[in-house]
Design a protein around this ligand. Structure first.
Ligand code: ADP
Ligand code: MG
Length: 284
């Protein structure tokens, strides 16, 4: 098992008038190598949850295991967790601060006390893995790049730590459609190539349907639903009642089915819908 979360509760500002229970008895499991989507309305607890997975927030109660390593134990060092779990925050490019891209990506690995040779190797690899040319960008300032490229540099900084688990909090927020697709394709490629466990927070049901093996749905600090995308997206009423939706193409196929057309209504992507509609027309 890769990640096990057991009865996790997090209370902000306990015993004050500002007390907020952001996570309430959350339990779920993610298998090693899974690509998991984390969805939920704003304020449902997604960001609070993922910050526990790399030790930035401490559980009020409950337990978290990452590859059998209990990160919620009192004496665990943040550094040990960070080597296993890489977290890419929302708008991570705001945290770039070095004068060159090389230095920015090298920052994490240098703090792992690796040899200069090893740091070099990792920085070069990470920059290329996010689709940038090492030679072209290494000496440039992050501030010369476009927003989408800066975000890739920030992601490279986490990838260069070679985490076993990569967590991304809305990595495509604010990017144009091309930049969004490119970043998601890079993440998918990382997952495929390194069998990295990936946890992706996203508001796009289309992206979630296309990319992930499993979905965890958060609602008011609890897990409302979890399972494979095809199962989860069958629960239209529940999802809508908690401020979420299903992919647009799935709505369309459900509509056609409701009109009596003999087609599957659990289709999740445009590609699948195309095949399904063509087959139906051929059968007619
Ligand atoms: P999401 O990422 O799904 O939008 P969050 O984890 O940011 O949800 O928030 C969950 C709940 O915790 C919300 O009610 C939010 O207002 C509250 N919260 C988040 N961060 C803090 C904080 N630093 N201090 C107090 N309350 C917080
Ligand atoms: Mg959030």
């Amino acid at each position: 098992m890769s990640i096990i979360v057991e009865n996790l509760t997090h209370i902000y500002n306990p015993n004050t008038p500002f007390e907020t229970t952001a996570l309430n008895d959350v339990s779920f499991q993610i298998d090693k190598g899974d690509f998991v989507g984390l969805i939920g309305h704003t304020g449902s607890g997604k960001s609070t949850l993922i910050q526990h997975l790399n030790g930035l927030l401490k559980a009020s109660s409950g337990k978290i295991l990452v590859n059998d390593f209990e990160i919620t134990k009192k004496d665990v060092k943040l550094r040990e967790i960070r080597q296993k779990v890489g977290l890419v925050f929302q708008y991570p490019e705001h945290q770039l601060f070095e004068e060159t891209i090389y230095k920015d990506v090298a920052f994490g690995p240098i703090n792992l006390d690796l040899s200069q040779e090893e740091v070099d190797r990792r920085v070069r690899e990470a920059i290329q893995l996010v689709g940038l040319s090492f030679e072209d960008v290494k000496e440039r300032s992050p501030f010369e790049l476009s927003g989408g490229q800066r975000r890739r540099v920030a992601i490279a900084g986490v990838v260069a730590m070679r985490p076993e688990v990569l967590i991304l909090d809305e990595p495509t927020a604010g990017l144009d459609p091309k930049g969004r697709d490119e970043i998601l394709d890079q993440i998918k490629a990382l997952h495929n190539r390194y069998k990295m466990t990936v946890l992706l927070v996203s508001h796009s049901m289309e992206d979630i349907a296309r990319l992930v093996d499993k979905i965890v749905v958060m609602h008011r600090g609890t897990v409302a639903l979890q399972g494979r995308p095809r199962e989860v997206f069958q629960h239209v009423e529940l999802l809508e009642s908690i401020g979420l939706a299903i992919p647009q193409i799935t709505y369309l196929m459900r509509r056609l089915k409701a009109m009596g057309k003999p087609i599957r209504d659990d289709v999740l992507t445009i590609e699948e819908a195309k095949t399904e509609i063509i087959n139906w027309l051929r059968r007619k």
